[in-house]
Design a protein around this ligand. Structure first.
Ligand code: ATP
Length: 396
């Protein structure tokens, strides 16, 4: 086997491989949590494992850390097979969502704890702990107890505690999950900047597609224990390879069956992002001369969401398409008045992508997505319907 061979076709410059996963599977009784994962993660990369609840991403992270044993397959760290090596003998550290700080210790003692276990001398311990605290903008906080810090500061202490060991690879399991939205967005920026500064490989688990798109060099999208697609945020968003990725990462219209035949003159399943669709009054429904697609319909739903407005249009040819427009001048009253209006939708054929249909049980997939989306603020959930152009799941 050639360690370091690209498996994903990503365009980022590939350096040496920090972590290689080969044929990884994991079963818990009847549940197959991980169903054959192959992945190369490169030195200094920020790679995100993204997927809905139960898709297997945490289990993969725990197998890399050594907290879980794979049923089959191999884990290589910098080319060394560590599949059966215990956690403490792997050059990785994990940051958990609940921080897991010791409440009775000071911040400095928390950060230095791993060094104390490894019998590093007191002066060295103190210096490295101070350095690690400074790297997460907490210089001067060493004497406090965790209870005397805010949630964001506690998360930074957890990061410092991992960074102080200077691991080759840092594993982060939904580390921002417990923070409120504003702090979460601030920490996303800080974490990304920190990763760039320290140059450590970050493997970051989240179910939040916005977080993944914002922070990652590459994203591996998980579904039912498998990786559906690996690529840069732009590749995954702009060129979703599968029906599942199109629906889970951002919002997509899916055209299939009779609707795809009628609207596109093509058979298969196709994804079109709402923001690629332009809308104008239907009296302007002359055939486009620039080769763009045209579909006429009636505005069925209008949702004003502050910066943008979403339109659900019932097409004369059957099915529905979701469009979105920036509220540059429009007010909420003006956009509400569009309900029931006859409109013409146009988009470039370049915005249509054929995607691989979801082969997992569609009922189960829809239920997972619906549950996942319902847990996200501002989300809208649409059923998956065979033969109609219904957006599978609205993105926040
Ligand atoms: P979440 O975002 O909810 O943590 P996830 O994508 O990280 O989800 P995993 O935690 O990896 O998913 O779980 C994958 C599947 O394996 C789920 O069906 C889960 O119930 C199951 N599972 C995970 N750990 C165990 C365990 N220790 N015993 C039994 N089943 C487990």
């Amino acid at each position: 086997m050639v360690v370091g061979a690209r498996l994903d076709g990503a365009t980022a410059a590939a350096g040496p491989v920090a972590v290689a996963l080969r044929g990884l599977t994991k079963s818990f009784g009847d549940v197959q949590a991980v169903a054959g994962v192959d992945l190369d993660i490169y030195d200094g990369e920020f790679l995100t494992l993204l997927g809905p609840s139960g898709s297997g991403k945490t289990t993969v992270l725990r197998i890399i850390a050594g907290f879980e044993e794979a049923t089959a397959g191999t884990v290589l760290l910098a080319g060394r097979d560590v599949t059966t090596v215990p956690p403490f003998d792997r050059d990785v550290n994990t940051v958990f969502q609940d921080y897991a700080l010791f409440p009775h210790m000071s911040v400095r003692e928390n950060v230095a704890y791993g060094l104390r276990v490894r019998k590093v001398g007191k002066a060295d311990r103190r210096e490295r702990a101070e350095q690690a605290l400074a790297s997460v903008a907490l210089a001067g906080y060493g004497d406090r107890r965790p209870a005397q810090l805010s949630g964001g500061q506690r998360q930074r202490v957890a990061l410092a505690r991992a960074l102080v060991n200077r691991p080759k690879v840092l594993l982060l399991d939904e580390p921002l999950g417990a923070l409120d939205l504003k702090l979460r967005e601030q920490m996303q920026g800080e974490l990304k900047a920190l990763q760039r500064d320290v140059g450590i490989t970050f493997i970051f688990v989240t179910h939040d597609q916005q977080e993944a798109l914002t922070m990652s060099d590459r994203i591996a999208v998980f579904h039912a224990g498998r990786i559906e697609q690996v690529g840069s945020p732009a590749e995954v968003y702009e060129r979703p390879a599968t029906e599942f990725v199109a629906g889970f990462v951002g919002t997509s219209n899916l055209l299939r069956g009779a609707t795809a035949e009628a609207v596109l003159g093509r058979s298969g399943v196709f994804s079109i992002r709402p923001e690629k669709i332009r809308m104008s009054p239907a009296d302007d429904a002359s055939s486009p001369s620039d080769g763009s697609r045209l579909a006429v319909g009636t505005v069925a739903e209008v949702t004003y969401v502050g910066d943008v407005t979403r339109y659900l249009v019932s097409l004369d040819l059957g099915g529905q398409l979701l469009g979105v427009s920036q509220n540059v001048a429009a007010t909420s009253q003006q956009v509400e008045a569009l309900r029931g209006l006859r409109v013409a939708l146009r988009w470039s054929p370049d915005a249509e992508f054929e995607v691989t249909p979801d082969t997992t049980d569609p009922g189960a997939a829809a239920a997972i997505l619906a549950a996942e989306r319902a847990a996200m603020p501002g989300a809208s959930v649409h059923p998956l319907e065979e033969g109609s152009a219904v957006p599978p799941a609205g993105g926040a």
